[in-house]
Design a binder for this molecule. Sequence first.
Ligand SMILES: Cc1ncc(COP(=O)(O)O)c(C=O)c1O
Length: 416
Amino acid sequence: MERRLWRKGAMLPDPHHLAALDAADPLGFARARFLLPDGLVYLDGNSLGPLPATAPALLAQAVADEWGQGLIRSWNDAGWIDLPVTLGAAIAPIIGAEPDAVVACDSVSINLFKLASAALALRPDRRTILMEAEDFPTDAYVMQGLARLAGVTLRRVPRADLPDALNDDVALLLLTHAHYLSGQVHDMAGMSAAAQAVGALTLWDLSHSAGAIAVQLDADGADFATGCGYKYLNGGPGAPAFAYVARRHWATCEPALTGWMGHAAPFDFAADHEPAPAARRLLTGTPPILAMRALEAGIDTFAGIDMAAAEAKSRALVQLFAAGAAAIAGVTVDPLPTGRHGAHCIIRHPQARRVMNALIARGVIGDCRPPDAMRFGFPALTTRFADIGLALAALQAVLASGEWQDDRFAPKGVVS
Ligand SMILES: Cc1ncc(COP(=O)(O)O)c(C=O)c1O
């Protein structure tokens, strides 16, 4: 199949074969679940998932009916009070967890703090949090704050050194399942077993895995996990995140950040905190209902989706894009997407921001990470094989023309 995709000597895949791949794609139907602007090649679902087609009506109803008419009664009548657990249960099958093990709440940063503090409390005699040196900054920032507060040491080591750094002083091993830049995927079962062998607990950041690739938290022996709602779960800008705790810790998991929504009986207004059952104990304050409704629409886009099939499709898209980009002069593909991989990949150019701005002007949207990475995401639900051809053609044109050097493509703004 690979041979037929490329015309002899061509840098770009044959559009006819891309169209044939789209026609045969068993997940092709899912794109209709979204409202995407015409003529745009959107390859940034790894940063902000697109708008689910049901979201505008669901949000309008939540505003006009639930808030406007139901008012305070909607906490019960519209099920607002239970949304963190009902949405958690809906996220659970996407990440291989049982329903009561997951809640939708807060941000990844806050959930990292809560879960890591719970892990430290479960291993009071140990003094080390271990994580990968090159992980997403918020993971490190949160652990730095927690380590200061708890009086433990944060050890950050290169990926290859992680197994050797596991010892009997490690309370917690924090890992990002699919790396936010390289896309490399940790062996969850293997690393969980290695941590367990020395008595350490694991906390997984699933921000680039949940809704992107297959995850089996329960089966792979994870202890704790969290991940974004606004990326592959399509929950909207700033969507609530989720938090997972394995059943074996339900009775004993006690995060340092406790709030009334995680109380066993919040409306008893008791003087002291008594944790709610299962993952509900991870809740803190009042849930943001409108954001929760948008997240609900995002989670609904996964109805009937087999995550193994989604991962296989994204992998094919990533490899096709990487192979095409590798043949274009001026960019390098580093690292090459080999082995199990997230649904995104990066290519490098010394003026990545300018090149990306020029691509965006041509209707191809990805994002950048300093100093030289352009990142492109290929969520299985929304990406067409034809998009790969269009993106590669635009990249080739931007580089061949040198248009990225134009003043209008100079870096500006803070969010990318
Ligand atoms: C791996 C990873 N963790 C965490 C975050 C951000 O988490 P938060 O929800 O706190 O903004 C991101 C955002 O891109 C991420 O890529």
